[in-house]
Design a binder for this molecule. Structure first.
Ligand code: SF4
Length: 327
């Protein structure tokens, strides 16, 4: 199956400290996007710092949560600094301001600094004492989770393998979100494109989705179709594990080498060595991303990513080439 193409630059919100903005409580920052290299230009980034928008300056005293972000939003927990001063109201206001900015930017995906009491998604330190380590959502993380956006913890940028998996699922998620879901056929066709990514991460979930689609009545209610599509979107958002991603990637790599379909094709800078000669997984990732590009340029039936992004001008040029070849 050739990959589906999206052409728009994907709007992604990002914790400002990951975007190399020195907004952390101690004035530090992380250049988390360095891993992406030139690929970072495929996205439109909107950095926000909820704590700065709360009016807390840099440097500032770090804050901690007495309960989860959800409990803070429900009014049953607080955000305190080391001296016990209550910043709950300001932090909630800062998080709301950040959400408003992201909505104005048309963002549907967010790259979050995990473990922060504000931006953390699942691992913020939560507890009565600052030193407690029970994991939960930060206040901003809790707001993000409510919105159903595509959320990526910064651990997703720990290496090129993890990022490759997050990116392909983000692109598939955005493509699926924009697809119609008005008939059974719409859903079957969409599922056919994205299902192998879900199968790799969670086979029982993928099988259950297949059964649910097969059991649809001939004329299902719109709510039934919408619920199934929501389940597909949720399944695409669920992270995979390193061994599974690696396994899927190596399988795709070996398949591409073996098939012989690359004979006579301009591979640009790709060498496609045997796996035994590829000691580093990031070299395999580099080759696979390159192969996705080569496959697009040559209409080849290859692609471990069901949906890839290509610049609109390249897509138009490719269409012209195909049309003139068919004349
Ligand atoms: S509030 Fe978020 S963006 Fe600001 S410093 Fe903390 S983790 Fe980074």
């Amino acid at each position: 199956m050739t990959a589906q193409i999206i052409t728009q630059k994907v709007a992604v919100g990002i914790s400002a400290c990951l975007y190399n903005c020195p907004v952390r409580y101690n004035g530090r920052a992380f250049d988390a996007l360095a891993l992406l290299g030139r690929e970072r230009a495929d996205f439109v980034w909107t950095p926000v710092c909820p704590e700065c928008l709360a009016g807390l300056g840099v440097p500032r005293m770090p804050v901690h949560l007495t309960g989860t972000g959800q409990e803070v939003l429900a009014g049953s927990a607080k955000v305190l600094d080391r001296r016990g001063r209550d910043h709950t109201e300001a932090i909630v206001a800062g998080c709301e301001a950040a959400i408003s900015a992201l909505e104005r930017a048309g963002v549907e995906a967010f790259l979050a600094k995990e473990a922060s009491p504000s931006c953390g998604l699942y691992k913020a330190r939560v507890g009565r004492k600052r030193t407690e380590t029970a994991g939960g959502s930060g206040v901003f993380g809790a707001m993000l989770l409510e919105r159903g956006w595509f959320l990526i913890p910064d651990e997703g940028l720990a290496n090129s393998l993890l990022w490759w998996d997050w990116r392909r699922r983000l692109h598939a998620w955005l493509w699926l979100k924009r697809r119609p879901a008005e008939t059974n056929r719409d859903l079957y066709d969409s599922w056919h494109v994205v299902k192998f990514v879900v199968q790799e991460t969670n086979r029982p979930r993928a099988d259950a989705m297949g059964r649910a689609l097969a059991a649809l009545p001939k004329h299902p209610a719109p709510e039934e179709l919408a619920a199934l599509r929501t389940e597909m979107l949720d399944a695409l958002r669920a992270p995979s594990t390193r061994p599974r991603i690696r396994g899927a990637m190596l399988k795709a790599y070996a398949h591409a080498r073996k098939k012989g379909s690359l004979a006579g094709v301009d591979l640009h800078d790709l060498e496609m060595d045997a796996l035994s000669e590829r000691s580093r997984i990031d070299e395999v990732v580099h080759d696979l991303v390159g192969l996705e590009r080569v496959s697009f340029e040559n209409d080849l039936l290859f692609g471990p990513s069901p949906v890839i992004r290509r610049d609109a001008r390249r897509v138009a040029a490719r269409q012209l080439e195909s049309e003139s070849a068919n004349d």
